[in-house]
Design a binder for this molecule. Structure first.
Ligand code: G
Ligand code: G
Ligand code: MN
Ligand code: NA
Length: 262
């Protein structure tokens, strides 16, 4: 329909923009990096969330040029942060998480495009994390995993997004070139009530133990309260993201957050 036909023109007219949501280390609250979340500033519908147009972009193939644009903008932003921000307020260099949709995974140019952007802009591969949903990798064959494996060998982190919702075979995790599990926010929600849902606590405890046993990091999403953050910290989760720390916002938001920590 209407949104579909105007997608390519929107990219040319510069109607897309990116908001960033910080990721913090649960142990000490320092900033780890940020996730890039694309939005469409539509001339008549206002700001549209990715749920409204990513599926359309996937369907029409526009996701490939749009994804390339998101990657380039995000890498430029991460590079700018690394230059601007005092190292002392961060546990390490600022890192950037970028979402990849299944169509991008299937596109043959993924590795070359990613390498080109990182080299041209001068961001170390280890400062980039690509998020792929658990469901996109269920049953994935070697052909689909190969580009991710190549990127991982270069030092790019691969995160398994929305983990815990896809019924994936846990033994299969060893086969995937991932370095981080990003726990779906449904687990975090069970820790909002008082007392926290004991089953959710046990499940997260088990996932953390499995992940750390496989030398994978654990990021939790959807942290909205200090009590949740405290549960997740005690369970050994590594990094967190959510409204408790900051909503997605303009890149300057990371400066304010780092100053509040200092
Ligand atoms: O904050 P939020 O409403 O922005 O994000 C909704 C969903 O859109 C999330 O599942 C997120 O992974 C996805 N998303 C956000 N930005 C991008 C992007 O640049 N590419 C892809 N493929 N998905 C994105
Ligand atoms: O890639 P992913 O599906 O994980 O995208 C993150 C989504 O979660 C985005 O839509 C983002 O706006 C949303 N989000 C981020 N933090 C919170 C939070 O603390 N609570 C809730 N309910 N949603 C969040
Ligand atoms: Mn994500
Ligand atoms: Na997610």
């Amino acid at each position: 329909h209407g949104l579909t036909t105007s997608l390519p023109a929107a990219l040319e007219r510069g109607e897309f923009f990116i908001e960033y949501q910080p990721l913090v280390h649960l142990a000490d609250g320092t900033v780890h990096g940020a996730e890039a979340l694309v939005r469409w500033s539509h001339p008549t519908h206002g700001v549209l969330s990715p749920d409204r147009f990513i599926p359309l972009a996937e369907h029409t193939g526009l996701i490939v040029p749009l994804g390339r644009w998101v990657l380039e903008q995000s890498v430029l932003q991460a590079r700018a942060w690394q230059e601007e921000l005092a190292a002392g307020t961060f546990a390490g260099p600022v890192r950037i998480n970028v979402n990849l949709s299944p169509a991008q995974l299937h596109h043959p140019g993924l590795v070359a495009d990613t390498v080109e952007v990182l080299e041209r802009i001068g961001l170390p591969p280890g400062s980039l994390c690509l998020e792929v949903t658990e469901s996109a990798l269920i049953g994935a064959d070697e052909d689909l995993l190969k580009p991710l494996r190549q990127l991982a060998e270069m030092g790019v982190d691969i995160a398994l997004d929305d983990f815990g919702t896809g019924y994936s075979n846990l033994a299969n995790l060893r086969r995937l070139p991932v370095s981080v599990l990003k726990l779906d926010r449904s687990f975090t929600q069970g820790m909002q009530q008082h007392p926290a849902d004991p089953v959710d606590l046990k499940i997260v405890e088990g996932i953390v133990s499995l992940a750390h046993g496989l030398e994978l990091g654990v990021t939790v999403e959807g942290v909205e309260t200090g009590a949740q953050a405290e549960h997740l910290r005690r369970l050994g989760c590594d990094t967190a993201q959510g409204w408790y720390y900051a909503r997605p916002g303009p890149p300057e938001m990371l400066h304010t957050l780092s100053m509040a920590d200092a």
